[in-house]
Design a protein around this ligand. Sequence first.
Ligand code: DQA
Length: 147
Amino acid sequence: NSILLINGPNLNLLGTREPHIYGHTTLSELETSSVEHARSLGAELQVFQSNHEGAIIDRIQEARGNVDVIIINPAAYTHTSVGIRDALAGVDIPFIELHISNTHTRETFRHHSYLSDKAVAVIMGFGVHGYGYAIDHAAKNITPKKA
Ligand code: DQA
């Protein structure tokens, strides 16, 4: 299984950004442990982070034909981006939407996601452990579409 992990805007600041909400793990620690976790399950994980909506859309388009499943924490773009929604639909790759916090306990503008109704699953509120849970599901339960 080939998995692509995408982290959206401001997640490069993980570990120092609002640690009472997002915890103390840094993005590079999280990416390293995610790659190792996937490898231990026999899957290959690629990682990508960007603060730019267009760069995220470009990366999703590049995944077409060579990635079996996308795990995406779209961060603030969750609540704004028709473009990321359309990119995911356009490449027709199953995806898991992931959030560190439970966005339903937070401001009302975080309650709506442009992605959830298209997602295989939504994981939120488990802190950074959610990344491990998403990888477990992606590696074990999503079968590659390509032959
Ligand atoms: C987030 C939740 C979003 O509302 C927020 O904009 C983020 C991170 C999360 O992981 O909990 O940047 O996606």
